[in-house]
Every structure is written in structure tokens, then in C-alpha cells.
Design a protein around this ligand. Sequence first.
Ligand code: NDP
Ligand code: AKG
Length: 495
Amino acid sequence: MTKEYKNYINGKWVASSSGEIFENTNPANCNEVLGRFQKSNKKDVDKAVAAAHKAKKMWRDTPAPKRGEIMYKVAELLVKNKEALAQDMTKEMGKVIAETRGDVQEAIDLTYFAAGEGRRLVGETVPSELKNKFAMSVRMPLGVVACITPWNFPIAIPSWKLIPALICGNTAVIKPAEDTPLTVVNFMNIFEKAGLPSGVVNMVTGYGPDAGAPLVEHEKVDMVSFTGSTQTGAGIASTCAQRMKQYSLEMGGKNAIIIMDDANLDLALEGVMFGGFGTTGQRCTACSRVVIHKKVAKKFTDMLVERAKKLKLGNGLDEKVDMGPLINDKAREKVHRYVEIGKKEGAKLLTGGNYANGKALKNGWFYQPTVFAGVETKMRIAQEEIFGPVVSVLACNGFEEAVDIVNDSTYGLSSAIYTQDVNRAFKAIEMLETGLTYVNASTIGAEIQLPFGGTKGTGNGHREVGIAALETFSEWKSVFIDYSGKMQKAQIDHD
Ligand SMILES: NC(=O)C1=CN([C@@H]2O[C@H](COP(=O)(O)OP(=O)(O)OC[C@H]3O[C@@H](n4cnc5c(N)ncnc54)[C@H](OP(=O)(O)O)[C@@H]3O)[C@@H](O)[C@H]2O)C=CC1
Ligand SMILES: O=C(O)CCC(=O)C(=O)O
């Protein structure tokens, strides 16, 4: 009998009032059911938000270093359970075990990093313009934070939201993606074992419109932190704007690697393979465009096609597998639709371009690693996010043109340049309109001690992780303390 998992509300595991469940299957073998989860609705959301609201004062009054101590325990439990968490994640999400270990490691790194902020949460002290008066700023929590998360980083992204939010003194309700609830259930178990007080973190599983939308709309939710598609993010932005809630959005990308004619092509090839086919191309930072100097375009494209053909597809639990399946059938259909669009637009399909149906793959959502050449910047495959293992090669005449091609996008998440010319590398850092830029490294693989997020249609200006996350999950209070014992008037007594 497949195990049933409950919602986590006010420190208790409870069934949804809908009485309905949904199943979670392994994308490498869709006959394998991993668990049965609560199909939550507005009533469950109301209970979860009520619990978070009730815990707000207690948690805000808990000294931040103490909040940090609990987060250190969370980090230790993540370390202790790393392998089990990674195995469950590969089963429910499909990416290869080395990458799911990396996903857990990112949560560990972030949790240690943010736990330390419990002893800092640095504000400013500045001189007052008046005598015997003290002026400073302090960070205040926002209140109840709603976290809506995607399936591609099932624990890293929830940790990026929950841990900084909690360190800042907020309480939270998370609605994980319907494709990866098990990993977030596992995360809740860790919070419980770490001794986080009841109500500080709550989880409702279920579908976006049934559970996500009422959470975003809830009047007692003060801030929404969302990662996912641009379409869903735009809807959340408009709901929050109408209700005067704060919100942070991390959405899509159409990331590119520039390869100049002086680049180390072997190194660049590793970068494109990792960025284009790592996580089966399902990272918002995935490299889906290669913008390459025409002098080396043919040579590099041949190298890329040869390597792409050699990738071993399969169940990500097998350490020898290079690339797992796509997340679900809809995702595979979407990727294939884009391949057909690319062909119709006149791009040259060099390898892949179809479902991967070998014997060991027939029950999973596998897609062949795909490379297009002759791609032009106006083509839809060069503009729209495919979120699959499809790399488009665009040839250019030089550096300036390469930068223009990369910037010709409504998104602005990640970019990279391979070159031996340090001056050109610095110029690229300046000119590329993305939140992240890599030099002689791929578009993926961000580190949590620096801000993560994008420009243009990728986000709304907020950043996750690093110290920047504190800006997202707190607000400033400016404090003036007058110890002169007399009435002093700022501005007026200035002279
Ligand atoms: N910039 C970044 O940092 C990142 C961006 N992404 C982007 O995420 C996308 C892939 O993730 P995907 O999960 O498909 O994105 P979706 O936008 O479909 O889903 C994201 C989350 O939103 C929920 N949701 C769906 N509809 C609503 C709604 N009406 N109200 C509230 N919540 C809702 C989903 O629930 P349900 O699962 O039930 O649909 C899920 O939990 C890609 O476009 C990718 O680029 C991914 C990772 C990082
Ligand atoms: O590649 C990275 O560094 C992080 C990627 C990420 O968060 C994502 O793609 O969703």
C-alpha cells in the first residue's frame, strides 16, 4: 500500500478537509507511485495561515540568535539525511543523483549561511543632526510569508525562501509543486525534529489553483515569495498588487553562453554540456542558446553534437546515467512542440529532436538531447523558454554582435562568456543584461553566498540567497532616540 502523507499545520500532520488525495509518480518510471498526498483547498489554507498568524508574535519575539540556533539544527539534520533526501528527490523529480545531492547541499549551505545571520541582521547606526540623540535602523519581519515553489529544485528553492524568512522573524506557509511534494514533506520532518515551535512553518500540498491561489489571496498573508513560470508569476503579481502585499518573483530565463574565437573550446564544451543538458535542461539558468564566433562555430558544433549523442539517459539513481527524464508528460510534449517549431522556422536539427524510447526508457518521460544550428535570434526557439534538453547554436561575427544577441531577450537571468581576453571578459560583465554572469564557466551552478535572481522579465527586482535575501524578507524601521531630556526639533533646530 502506497504511503499517504499529510499536511503539516501548527506542528501536526493533518488530513485535508477535501478528503481527496493525489499521487506522485517517478518520471523515470511512471508506473511507480511514490506517495499519496493531500489535495488541499481554501479551508486547509485558512488553517495553515491561521497557525502562522498565531505564531507570529511568539516567533518575532524569539531573539534572532536563538532562531539561528534552531536553523543550525536544521542544517545538521539536512547533513545527516542528505543521501536519503537525495534518493527520494531523484525518484520524484528525475534528475540524476549527483545533482539531487547537490540540491540538498545547496539547502545545507544556505541554512548554515542564513543561520549565522541570526547573530548579525545588520542595520545602520548614523549620527543624528542633533545633540544627545541616537539614530539607527533595524530590520523588522514582514509577518506571514507564503512560499510557492517549483519542482526543479525541490529542496534548494524551498530552503532559499523558508530559512531567510524565518531568520528575519517571519512565519511561513509553503505550497510545494504538485510534482515534488515528498521532498518538502521530508523538509517539514526536519523542521519538526529540529524543534521549530508549532505554527512557525506550515505546509499544504495540492494544486496551484486550489491551494496556491487562496494562499496568495489570503488577507493574513503579508508577503508572497514565488518561483516558477512567468505566466503564474504575472498572475501572482497582479493579485498581490491589488491587495497591497509585498511579493518577490523568480521566473524564467533564456540564458546564453558566448564563445569567442579565442576560447578554450574543450572547456566551453564542458560548460555547454553542463548548462544545456544538466538537470535535463530544466533549470531557469539552463544554457539554451550558444552564441559563437563564426570562425569556430562549425568546429564547436561538431564537438557538441558528438558529445550530446553519447549522453547516457536513464533512471537517475544509476550513478552511470548522465541525464534523467523530463518532469512529466506535459513537459515532454511542450519540449517536442518547440522542436517542431524550430524545424518549421528553418533551424537545422543536428541531433535528437524526439522522445527517447529505448527499452529501459519506455515508461519514463525521456527526451533526446537536442542540438539546433543555424538558429536566428528572432526565432521562437531563440526567444521562448523551452525548459528541456534543447540547445540552439547562433553564429555571430564578433563580440558586440554576440552581446546584442544575448541581450535580445525578454528574460535576464544568467549569461556566460568563454574567452582568454580579460578586457573582453570585463566588458561582457558590464554589458550583459542578466542578474548572473559567468566567465569561463557555465550559466548554471550559482553559490548561495551571492544574490540570485534576474533582470527584465525574470523577476521583479528582488534577489534570493546571500545577504540580499534579508532585504526580501524584512523591512526597515528607522529609530531615533532622544536622550537630551528636552524638546528638540529635527530640521527646525538644525541651525
Ligand atoms: N528564476 C528562478 O529562480 C527559477 C525559475 N523557475 C521557473 O519555473 C518554471 C517551472 O516551474 P513550474 O513548477 O512549472 O512553474 P509553475 O508556475 O507552473 O508552478 C510554480 C508553482 O506555482 C504553483 N501555481 C500554479 N498555479 C498557481 C496559481 N494560480 N496560484 C498560485 N500558485 C500557483 C504551482 O503549483 P502546481 O505545481 O500545482 O502547478 C507550483 O507550486 C520555469 O519557467 C522556470 O524557469 C524555476 C526555478 C528557478
Ligand atoms: O543553476 C543554478 O545555480 C541555480 C538554478 C536554479 O535555481 C534553477 O534553475 O531553478
